[in-house]
Design a protein around this ligand. Structure first.
Ligand code: MEV
Length: 441
């Protein structure tokens, strides 16, 4: 591979030509394949191209649907974008299961977001602390234009505080602010406010008669929102009498509830299991996040930090068995938007919102939490009953069959065969070879 300068300035075709010259044996075929995934409408392709930089083509992901999701007595069909097999099937299975038992319940506990200006300052903290009310007013005044629209929608800056961080580093302080960003995820809004706070802090200190010498010169290290939003919190749950859980194949409901609660106990206490358990939850949440054009990295990062809030990494779901009632719930911070960014621009994201009946950001938080819970219920149910491989392997089998370009007839035969045989890449290839030899004889 050669070094190239000015790559970003090249037209898309030239980018592809350069890449092909570096990696492809058949350059024409290589370029054709990349171009075959471009959108047929130039206007839409331009949109996709401009979401990111140095774009060459589009990368397809399956867009699936989980129907029958009853949340607070409202029925949803929830779109999921995910490449992993079994995730949609597991969520759909759980949705149907709980539909017959009253559905999911959910509530938003709070919707506060956080941003920080991290700065170094050599001065007397007590003096700054006393004067901070004056600075707070200045920060609010100087951001009044930036926040006007958000305030008109019922949001804006909720609070601004000074945090003494000198126990971490001798001159380190923060301006920590909380925000209500209504229907938007709010990253741009928060960061714009914070950068204005930083400018105002420097001006104020430089010009205030209360400060002398070094005190007039704070060093702003950075101004940025925090993706950890423990007060942008949603809860979702399901519950029913244990007997109503029914039999799982030949496992009685009491044993199911017992093993389920033990699986949760393990995920609460063992970080190795908790990580996999929470990964399963994010299989669902990330997939709705992608389908609705939100930022799954932010939501995941936040979820994992929240999972550590008690000093060790723990499961994000919990379960109880009390007075014969099985209850299973999730409590998780989820910061999302339904306006702005990709949510307004991506054609399929707009369709996702239509499918979801154009939810508010709070409603979307609840839908995501429910799909995370449904996904986790499906995973733990499989783990404590049949084992995870049965469902996985069914889908895996279809992927392998597709890989070998199996015909309808071959697929039918293979699905039957692998009901009683262990699926592996080799076993599928051998079976297909045998079938194909027979046909050619
Ligand atoms: C696989 O993507 C997710 C699971 O491993 C989750 C879990 O173990 O709970 C099935």
């Amino acid at each position: 591979m050669e070094i190239i300068s000015g790559f970003s300035k090249l037209p898309k075709k030239q980018k592809l030509v350069w890449l092909a010259s570096q990696v492809a044996d058949n350059q024409e075929e290589f370029i054709d394949e990349f171009e075959s995934y471009l959108h047929r409408e130039a206007k839409i392709q331009k949109l996709y191209d401009e979401f990111s930089e140095n774009t060459l083509t589009n990368f397809y992901m399956p867009y699936g649907l989980v129907p029958n999701v009853l949340i607070n007595n409202k029925l949803y069909a929830v779109p999921l974008v995910i490449e992993e097999s079994s995730v949609v099937a597991a969520a759909a299975g759980s949705a149907k299961f709980w539909l017959e038992r009253g559905g999911f319940k959910s509530e938003v506990i709070s919707t506060k977001k956080i941003g920080q200006v991290h700065f170094l300052w050599e001065g007397d903290f007590k003096k700054l602390d006393v004067l901070f009310d004056e600075l707070r007013e200045i920060l609010l005044d100087n951001t009044a234009l930036i926040t006007a629209n958000m305030r008109a929608r019922g949001g804006g800056i909720l609070d601004i505080e000074l945090v003494n961080m000198t126990h971490i580093d001798s001159d380190y302080y923060q301006i920590k602010a909380s925000f209500e960003t209504c229907e938007s995820m709010g990253a741009n809004f928060i960061n714009t406010c914070l950068e204005e706070f930083a400018r105002s802090l420097k001006d104020w200190m430089a010009n205030s008669e209360h400060f002398i010498g070094k005190e007039k010169e704070p060093l702003v290290v950075m101004s940025i929102l925090s993706n950890y939003t423990p007060e942008c919190l949603v809860k979702a749950w399901v519950e029913c009498p244990i007997a109503d859980l029914g039999y799982f194949e030949d496992m009685p409901p009491e044993m199911f509830a017992y093993k389920f609660s033990k699986a949760l106990m393990i995920a609460k206490n063992d970080p190795h299991r908790a990580t996999t358990h929470n990964k399963g939850i994010f299989n669902g949440i990330d997939a709705v996040t992608l389908a609705t054009g939100n930022d799954f990295r932010a939501i995941e990062a936040c979820g994992h930090t929240y999972a550590c809030r008690n000093g060790k990494y723990q499961s994000l779901t919990d379960c109880s068995i009390e007075n014969g009632i099985f209850k299973f719930w999730i409590e998780i911070p989820i910061a999302v938007g339904t306006v702005g960014g990709l949510t307004t621009l991506h054609p399929l994201v707009r369709k996702s919102f239509d499918i979801l009946d154009n939810p508010s950001a709070s409603e979307l938080m609840q839908i995501m939490a429910v799909i995370g819970l449904a996904q986790n219920f499906g995973a733990v149910k499989s783990l404590i009953t049949t084992g995870i491989q049965r469902g996985h392997m069914k889908m895996h089998l279809l992927n392998i069959l597709n890989h070998f370009e199996a015909t309808e007839g071959e697929i039918k035969h293979a699905v039957e065969h692998f009901k009683t045989n262990v699926v592996s890449f080799r076993a599928v290839r051998d079976l297909l070879d045998k079938m194909r030899v027979k046909v050619s004889e």
